[in-house]
Ligand binder design. Structure first.
Ligand code: PGA
Length: 246
């Protein structure tokens, strides 16, 4: 099933989350032929989990720590997010990589922990503008994927990948759908080479300035298994339109 995911980033209080989800459920109804995922900030996960409990809409965290518990001030573990209802977690988002200095090694450890503890990670990869201009897009994406999956090659069917070119995130300038499709095809071939079992199981989502107008342009391609939506997912009407864009 294709997956449409909302990444709220550092937005929405508990009250705003309640308000959003009440509206969103009314507009959206209960889609059965597509998976819908919402990733609120940590503080709103509990309430989101309660509101969405008996609906097909899933919740996910935007980050996690790889240890189960201990002296890691400010961190949140996988058992903690699972307890409040998360079945997904976004790992290695470009803002984690570039603002908080998350390395490929840390991303790998997080993926290992997610797979061990039974939460489905969405691994984010994507090139910066200087990589693209230097013709390094494929190389950068390949390196990120190989390092992230190191040691867990046999389990890649248990995760999804989001291709998010860094220059397209939050800029209002999405990738051209045909350019994104080329990278998606490359990622799918690479995943198949790493683990043939991932074919048809590991979805490749596109993310970066997706909105209700351009979503159908991405979703009409069979290589695009879904979308990861930031800014436009903050409005329940806009996000419902994106969910229903194909
Ligand atoms: P954006 O963010 O839709 O606001 O560009 C996407 C993301 O960072 O996942």
């Amino acid at each position: 099933m294709r997956l449409i995911a909302a990444n709220w980033k550092m937005n929405k209080t508990v009250a705003e989350t309640e308000d959003y989800l009440t509206k969103f459920l009314k507009i959206l109804g209960t889609p059965e032929d597509r998976e819908v995922l919402i990733c609120p900030p940590f503080t709103a996960l509990y309430v989101a989990g309660r509101i969405l409990k008996d609906t097909p809409i899933k919740i996910g965290a935007q980050n996690c720590h790889y240890e189960e518990k201990g002296a890691f001030t400010g961190e949140i573990s996988i058992p903690m997010i699972k307890e409040v209802g998360c079945s997904y977690v976004i790992v290695g988002h470009s803002e984690r990589r570039h603002i908080f200095g998350e390395s490929d090694e840390v991303i790998n450890r997080k993926l290992v922990a997610c797979l061990e503890r039974g939460v489905r990670p969405i691994l984010c990869v994507g090139e910066r503008i200087e990589d693209r201009e230097a013709g390094m897009t494929f190389k950068v994406v390949e390196t990120q994927i190989r390092l992230a999956l190191s040691g867990i090659e046999g389990l890649t069917d248990l995760l999804d990948v989001a291709y998010e070119p860094v220059w397209a995130i939050g800029t209002g300038v999405p990738a051209k759908p045909e350019d994104a499709v080329t990278v998606h095809r490359f990622i799918k071939d690479l995943l198949k080479e790493i683990n043939p079992k991932s074919e048809g199981r590991t979805r490749v989502l596109y993310g970066g300035s997706v909105n209700p107008e351009n979503a159908p342009e991405f979703m009409k391609h069979k290589e695009v298994d879904g979308l990861l939506v930031g800014g436009a997912s903050l409005d329940p009407e806009a996000f419902a339109k994106i969910v229903n864009s194909f």
